[in-house]
Design a protein around this ligand. Structure first.
Ligand code: URA
Length: 233
C-alpha cells in the first residue's frame, strides 16, 4: 500500500508529522538509497526508509474486536456523544489509519471490528465478498410467515434501486430473531424490518464472517484478534 513519506516517518518514529516534514526538508531522510526532500511523495509501505542513518520500519497492522455497548457512536469523532475510540487506550486510539470495519448504530451493541488494514476491512464491508453478519434482533411484534419469507428472499428498501441479498432468519423467541445478512447498507436491519411492517426494539451483532463476539468480553471491553481470526477474512 502506498503511504506518504511524512506519514511513514510519523508512524515509525517518535517524530510528529510536522517534525517529519522538517527532517525531510533538511535532507535527513532517504528512501531506497535516494535522499528525498518532498514530504508529499507517496512511497510503497515496503520501502527502505532511513532517518539520520537509522532504518525505520512501520509497526504491523492492528486488528481489534470490541464489544460495543449501546450509547457509543461508531465514528472516530463526534461533537455530542462518546465514540467507540473512547473505549480504547489512547496509544491505540490514535494509531494512524485505525478505522471501523462495518459501523454499528449508536443504539446497537455487539461485535465491532477495528483495524489499520484497509484491504482487510474492505473484504468485510464490500457486498461483493458476501461476508455474513449475524444479528440478534428484538422486534415490536412476531414475524409472520410472509414477512419471514420476504426477508429471506430479499426486498426493496425505501429509496434504493437494488433488492437486498437473500438473508436468513431464525426465530429464537416470539419477538426475537437471528438475522444473517451479507451486506451492510445504512441502517439495513432496521430498514429491512420496517419494510415488512415491523420495528426493531433491540439490535446486537454476534458475528462477522467466522469471527464471533468473544463471550469473555464485557460491553466496552476489547481484545486483539487472533491470527486465525485475521486470516479467516
Ligand atoms: N443494521 C442496522 O439497522 N443497524 C446497525 O447498527 C447494524 C445493522
Amino acid at each position: 500500500m502506498p503511504i506518504r513519506l511524512d506519514q511513514f516517518i510519523a508512524n515509525s518514529s517518535e517524530l510528529s508529522r510536522k517534525d517529519a516534514k522538517r527532517a525531510i526538508g533538511r535532507k535527513r531522510v532517504s528512501v531506497d538509497g535516494e535522499i528525498v526532500t518532498s514530504p508529499n511523495v507517496k512511497i510503497p509501505d515496503t520501502s527502505r526508509v532511513i532517518l539520520d542513518g537509522k532504518p525505520l520500519s512501520l509497526p504491523s497492522e492492528l486488528y481489534l474486536m470490541l464489544h460495543k455497548p449501546s450509547g457509543y457512536v461508531s465514528a472516530t469523532r463526534d461533537g455530542e456523544h462518546p465514540t467507540v475510540l473512547d473505549l480504547l487506550p489512547a496509544e491505540l486510539a490514535r494509531r494512524t489509519g485505525l478505522h471501523i470495519a462495518g459501523r454499528l448504530d449508536m443504539d446497537t451493541s455487539g461485535l465491532l471490528l477495528l483495524t489499520t488494514d484497509g484491504q482487510w476491512s474492505h473484504r468485510i464491508t464490500s457486498p461483493r465478498h458476501d461476508c455474513r453478519k449475524v444479528y440478534r434482533v428484538g422486534l415490536d411484534r412476531p414475524l409472520d410467515t410472509t414477512a419471514h419469507q420476504t426477508l429471506e428472499n430479499g426486498l426493496m428498501l425505501e429509496g434504493e434501486d437494488k433488492p437486498t441479498l437473500p438473508a436468513s432468519v431464525h426465530k429464537l423467541e416470539d419477538r426475537l430473531v437471528e438475522l444473517t445478512i451479507g451486506e451492510g447498507r445504512y441502517h439495513q436491519v432496521k430498514r429491512m424490518m420496517a419494510a415488512v411492517g415491523n420495528h426493531v426494539t433491540g439490535l446486537h451483532r454476534q458475528r462477522v464472517g467466522a469471527i464471533g463476539l468473544d463471550s469473555g468480553l464485557k460491553p466496552g471491553q476489547f481484545r486483539p484478534l487472533t491470527q486465525e481470526e485475521i486470516d479467516s477474512v
